[in-house]
Ligand binder design. Structure first.
Ligand code: F6P
Length: 428
């Protein structure tokens, strides 16, 4: 247990000790490991405070960017009080073991106004004005520097306030989607992948009992990392990813036929929420969705399509249900033909972080505070190999999808193509 030493408290009261107030906020979708980052930052702040060189007060900023979205006039002392809270490490024992974020989160986008501006020059001028305004809010919120913990959207806001307003910001990359270029892994990813893998494993018993096809929708937006890791880990029979649009006939129907032919009575399809059919397959094989449905999905505060509204697993289920020829193919081989779809959704972001995510979160938070102390602003913490290194926020938060020529994709293809060659081993 770490508590503030009385010595440090004494130093707190010594007017000679410079004091720094460092804000920390969590933005975007939550994930396991956020609290570990907060705790890591608190540990480094406590360490520095104990040295007696700088007294660091860590200020939790509540609900992502929400407080930054108020105008200076609206940010009354009461509101500032409502949205900020000094964090005392002595009261937050073992915070890194807890899921979610104690600071709450939101998808508030301070740059939302940019979406309706079409003229590039006007857009850039507005972006600059907002960036400067956000940086000016530090004074109002009574912070000297800020650590932001979030995905590409949160990092984008942090980068803009740093570039345009010269704000003292350090970012920590977070997302279960693992889709950021500047880091080998984001925390939250392995916790989410493990939960998805466990569910895919578990579903095989009910799928087996009823002789069913299960289409399981996995989060991850336009990145297939979660589906690929969970699908490979659990041995899913078909794995559909956004990076490699699928042909319904070849990648789903024909694989199911081969499996039924080999005597398999149940089948698990791991499907990314952002996995779409090729345009040819969409036009040829889909009656329940069209390109228009995909293009017109509702969007969140940062303009990301809300993919659960499409619910691709349900659409695949419905197309499969209508395939009478496939049903006969199954029945002739004494296999029952029934399909169910399941959306894992937010269950994947729930619960406590894995060991890896706890430790990575602690390291990100600790190093982020280290950058703040060293004046190394405009940087994002990143995992490279086994080391934590600073990278530029904009560069680091660029999109990173699964390379289609990666060994992971080759392993997936190899696994799926051999799976139906062996006979079903469970009871008939
Ligand atoms: O980006 C993380 C993520 O969990 C995506 O995988 C998913 O599409 C999205 O957030 C869901 O967002 P929300 O929590 O706003 O429904």
């Amino acid at each position: 247990m770490i508590t503030m030493m009385p010595e440090a408290t004494e130093k707190t009261n010594t007017s000679k000790t410079p004091k720094m107030r460092v804000g920390i906020l969590t933005g975007g979708g939550d994930c396991p490991g956020l609290n570990a980052v907060i705790y890591g930052a608190l540990l480094r702040a406590a360490e520095e405070t104990e040295k007696g060189e700088t007294m660091i007060e860590v200020v939790g900023i509540i609900k992502g960017w929400r407080s930054f979205n108020f105008s200076q006039e609206e940010l009354t002392p009461e509101l500032v009080d409502h949205y900020t809270q000094v964090l005392d490490i002595g009261e937050l024992d073992d915070l890194h073991t807890k899921g979610g974020t104690m600071l709450y989160t939101s998808r508030t986008n301070p740059f939302k106004a940019l979406a309706s501006i079409t003229d590039p020059q006007e857009k850039e001028a507005k972006r600059r004005a907002i960036g400067e305004d956000l940086a000016a809010k530090f004074k109002t919120l009574n912070i000297d520097a800020l650590i932001t913990v979030g995905g590409d959207d949160t990092c984008g806001v942090a980068a803009a306030m740093s570039n345009y307003g010269n704000a003292k910001v350090v970012a920590c990359p977070k997302t279960i989607d693992n889709d950021l270029a500047g880091t080998d892994f984001t925390f939250g990813f392995f916790s989410g992948a493990q939960l998805a893998s466990n569910t895919l494993d578990n579903l095989t018993t009910t799928a087996h009992s009823h002789q069913r096809i299960f289409v399981v929708e996995v989060m991850g937006r336009d990145a297939g990392w979660l589906t690929l890791y969970a699908g490979l880990s659990s041995g899913s029979d078909i794995i559909l990813l956004p990076e490699t649009p699928f042909d319904f006939k070849k990648d789903v129907v024909e694989v199911l036929e081969s499996r039924a032919n080999a005597g398999y009575k149940y089948h698990i399809i791991a499907c990314s929420e952002g996995a779409y059919p090729t345009s040819e397959s969409l036009a040829r094989d889909f009656t329940v969705i069209s390109q228009k449905d995909i293009d017109n999905l509702p969007k969140d505060g940062f303009g990301n399509p809300i993919l659960t509204k499409l619910n691709i697993a349900d659409k695949i289920e419905r197309e499969l249900r209508s395939l009478k020829s496939l049903e006969s193919y199954f029945n002739v081989r004494h296999a029952h033909y029934e399909i169910r779809s399941v959306v894992l959704g937010h269950t994947m972001r729930s619960g406590t972080p894995s060991v890896f995510d706890r430790v990575l979160g602690l390291r990100y938070g600790y190093h982020a505070m280290e950058y703040v102390i060293g004046g190394n602003f405009g940087k994002m913490t990143s995992l490279q190999g086994t080391a934590i290194v600073p990278v530029d926020i904009i560069e680091g938060s660029k999109k990173h999808l699964i390379p289609v020529d990666s060994d992971l994709i080759r392993i997936k293809n190899a696994m799926i193509s051999v799976k139906h060659k062996s006979k079903e081993k469970l009871f008939r």
